[in-house]
Design a protein around this ligand. Structure first.
Ligand SMILES: Nc1ncnc2c1ncn2[C@@H]1O[C@H](COP(=O)(O)OP(=O)(O)OP(=O)(O)O)[C@@H](O)[C@H]1O
Length: 811
């Protein structure tokens, strides 16, 4: 028996959440009604009933409290069709580890004999293909063996979320308590070593994001959007009514089933509006995925409510309309700034001509910065845009024709992502990180404002987080290997590139509409070729100034430069058998020692592997103050307590690293500046006296020498960065060649990569040459100073001799 920690509704019902199984057959109407009312806690207390958050204690039940009458009805129909279901149920009872789906009941209600049930035994689940993955989880299509029922199993890596196990527990609880046709619920969940397995309905068409990436890169037509959004809005209306804020509404979390059913999933960061105390404070935390996050969520301390979901809903509408979210091309912190500073994005009345006025109006209503002016989900549902929406079974179904199975799409997208990433292994993130500061005048000018602080957080964050440890999940001894020996390329955070590499900046501006245009152009990164007024040059100059102004920016530079390369490297490129999957549950990065920081883009989606940053690397280059910020695959969680903004400001831009503050080091000291000692050998007594008394080495040389040391150290850091980049690139190349060996057509990419690599080598060589030239210069200058001092000494002696002679003469 594999090691696992079963989370069960034991018959003993000792745990606060332990609730007995539902009735076997069709529940009498009254009973169902009662059960229904119990299914979601009227009192937040039930919801908050806590399970010990410590990992070992996760052996407690997180199982489902499934209840909906509708599902019970379906279950009955299913049972009629499938005799195994009943058998499955009794099998579970025999095992004594049964988690039944059905209406919520107290343990006093006798357990039914045969119900559609799900056990908390990993061995009862056969994991098949990977159908998606997110920040903390990999989702598999799976079969519940006792009943042969297809399900989805989300394997949440608890090591990855160990800083926030509470969220995991909440997600499991929330999902199990859900009772709405448009919200994904869990059948049951249980811990398997360091993973939490959440069993849920399999949504055979995956997420809307998947669909767009595969077949609709420019977004869907309006009728489809209306239908999808209406179903999503119904889900939100339900969740809000129940007191929940979803906090991660986006196309990647809107799932579709083959009949065209639309459900909102992923409660990883949902919050309960009834929360008090710590949980309430947690809502001063900003959580979500930057592009979709409401302005009030991004402003620590202001607090937010369910209206944040309405903002995200509006962004999701734009995402479905264009194939990508607004600002998705930018690095996350830039997105934060743009969301806060720019006018809200929207559908352009002129350029988005294909969309109706009513659609544009609806989006504009959602994307109002003042949350109090946003409509509730309930009100929004009454908008004319939704009134005319067609049933999803008709309209959504129509977009699903002729598509390969979900797992094949996911695999293809992963390979494409890997290829894209490999091509991008020389990321422009340095420039992006810099442009974030340099392009935005307000930020540049107000170094002590929030924006500047955010910039510093961004920079520091990348050095703080770390890769998780390899999972140790002992799964089931499942023997099936049919499941497409997992290709293993987990995709990338840049998967968005797949859909809209060409002209997406244009389309983004289009999406944002005229309201935005001006400000957005202002915010274009310095790398942009669209800069209409030479701003690019200006910001490049500023970048240089910044770059050389001190170590603060410098650290940001090398932190951000390493993101994607580390990211690729950590992917498990090789094939993976199903048994491996069951052993591992979630695929973990193998090489976790590499540096990693923020993604270069803010777009986060289901094909993005989690971004984790490494501990140690940056610290080893120069211990930077650590600040807690969780950033996972573009999803942020920054708590106002954790981020000591004041401290961020304390770092002076021109401050020198500690080692240089300790005093001038003459290790490589000499000035390359304009200083010069007047070596003119005038022999007038006065001049000689001046020379004799001058403290050239102390007062003139030292500042120059210090300056030079700083510059040299900066160059050395650059070299170190480049060295690291080289190492990373080597690993990427290895990964890439594996991709090739998997039969993909990436030869061109490989040669490009080789070109980049040799370029990097050249840069490195140039840097080294520069260092050695500087060293030579330093040595020459030192020699010069030394000679000068010797000369001075001679002058002094000569002066003394002269004086003595004069004295003698006088005598
Ligand atoms: N029930 C399901 N059926 C089919 N595919 C699913 C199901 N649940 C999730 N997926 C796929 O797996 C992806 C990741 O799932 P999910 O969003 O729950 O993980 P996560 O780690 O919480 O992600 P995120 O990064 O959004 O927080 C989804 O985007 C979707 O494509």
């Amino acid at each position: 028996m594999q090691a696992h920690t079963s989370l069960t509704y034991a018959a003993s019902n000792t745990h606060p959440l332990a609730i007995s199984a539902p009735p076997p057959g069709p529940t009498p109407a009254t009973s169902r009604q009662n059960n229904y009312s119990l299914s979601f806690p009227k009192s937040p207390l039930l919801f908050l009933l806590s399970i010990s958050p410590s990992l070992p204690s996760l052996s407690l039940s997180l199982s489902s409290l499934h209840s909906p009458a509708r599902d019970t009805g379906q279950a009955v129909r299913r049972r009629r069709r499938s005799p195994e279901l009943g058998a499955g149920g009794s099998e579970h009872a025999r095992r004594g580890a049964m988690v039944r789906s059905g209406s919520l009941r107290r343990s006093s209600v006798p357990a039914p004999a045969a119900v559609p049930a799900f056990t908390a035994l990993p061995g009862d689940y056969r994991l098949l293909e990977e159908v998606g993955y997110g920040a903390n989880a990999v989702v598999y299509r799976a079969v519940f063996i006792p009943t042969n029922r297809t399900v989805a199993v989300k394997c949440l890596d608890l090591d990855r979320v160990n800083s926030n196990l509470d969220d995991v527990r909440k997600e499991a609880q929330t999902m199990s308590l859900i009772d709405h046709p448009n919200v994904i619920k869990s059948y049951c969940s249980f811990a398997v070593d360091h993973n939490l397995w959440v069993v849920m309905p399999f949504m055979s068409e995956g997420s809307c994001l998947h669909l767009m990436k595969v077949a609709y890169p420019d977004g869907f037509d309006e009728p489809v959007i209306a239908s999808i959004l209406k179903e999503t809005l119904k889900a939100l209306e339900y969740l809000h009514r129940q007191g929940h804020i979803h906090r991660d509404v986006k196309a990647g979390n809107i799932l579709i089933d083959s009949p065209g059913v639309v459900k909102l999933g992923d409660f990883g960061v949902s919050a309960c509006m009834f929360d008090r105390g710590d949980r309430q404070r947690a809502r001063n935390t900003f959580v979500g995925t930057p592009c979709w996050m409401a302005p009030e969520v991004l402003q620590p301390g202001t607090g937010y409510n369910f209206k944040a979901d309405i903002w995200s809903f509006g962004i999701t509408a734009l995402e479905l309309a264009h194939g990508h979210a607004p600002f998705s091309k930018y690095p996350p912190m830039k997105v934060l700034l743009m969301t806060l500073q720019n006018a809200p994005p929207g559908l352009d009345y002129d350029r988005d001509k294909k969309f109706s006025k009513s659609f544009k109006e609806m989006v504009a209503m959602c994307l109002v910065k003042d949350q109090t002016k946003r409509p509730t989900a309930e009100k929004l549902l009454k908008h004319s845009f939704f009134k005319n929406a067609k049933p999803p079974e008709l309209i959504v179904k129509s977009i699903l024709t002729d598509l390969p199975p979900l797992w094949d799409r996911v695999k293809a997208l992963q390979l494409k992502d890997a290829a894209q990433l490999a091509l991008k292994k020389m990321p422009s993130s340095e420039q992006e990180a810099l442009s974030m500061i340099c392009d935005d005048d307000p930020v540049e000018l107000k170094e002590d404002d929030d924006s500047a602080r955010i910039t510093d957080i961004y920079k520091d964050t990348s050095s703080d987080s770390h890769f998780g440890k390899p999972a140790q999940l002992n799964g089931n001894n499942c023997s099936e290997t049919s499941a497409a020996a997992n290709q293993g390329l987990n995709g990338s955070e840049t998967s968005e590139a797949l859909s809209s590499n060409n002209g997406s900046a244009d389309s983004e501006r289009k999406a944002d509409g005229p309201r935005n245009q001006g400000s957005e152009i202002d915010l274009l990164p310095s790398t942009s070729k669209l800069d209409p007024d030479g701003k690019k040059c200006r910001s490049e100059v500023r970048q240089k100034q910044r770059t050389y102004s001190g170590p603060v920016l410098q650290s940001g530079l090398h932190n951000s430069s390493l993101t994607e390369r580390g990211h690729i490297v950590e992917r498990d490129v090789g094939g993976q058998s199903v048994s491996d999957k069951q052993k591992n549950g979630t695929r973990r990065p193998n090489n976790l020692s590499g540096p990693l920081s923020l993604p270069t883009r803010a777009s986060a989606n289901s094909l993005s592997a989690p971004i984790r940053s490494s501990a140690g690397y940056v610290g080893s280059l120069g211990d930077k103050p650590k600040r807690t910020m969780v950033e996972i695959k573009g999803r942020f969680s920054v708590t106002s307590e954790n981020v000591d903004l004041a401290k961020v400001q304390e770092i002076p831009v021109n401050s020198s690293p500690q080692k240089f503050q300790e005093g001038p080091s003459l290790r490589k000291s000499a000035s390359v500046g304009d200083w010069s000692v007047n070596a003119k050998t005038t022999s007038t007594s006065h001049q000689r006296k001046e020379l004799c008394n001058s403290s050239v080495s102390a007062s003139i040389l030292i500042p120059h020498l210090q300056n030079l040391v700083k510059q040299t150290a900066f160059q050395q850091d650059l070299i170190t960065d480049l060295l690291s980049s080289l190492q990373q690139n080597e690993r990427v190349d290895a990964a890439q060649s594996r991709v090739q060996s998997m039969g993909t057509n990436l030869v061109v990419e490989a040669s490009t990569a080789e070109g980049e690599r040799s370029l990097l080598v050249k840069i490195f060589e140039l840097q080294s040459r520069m260092i050695s030239l500087t060293d030579e210069l330093i040595a020459t200058k030192l020699k010069h100073v030394q000679l000068q001092e010797e000369l001075n000494a001679l002058y002094c002696q000569e002066e003394i001799v002269d004086m003595r002679e004069e004295e003698n003469e006088e005598a």
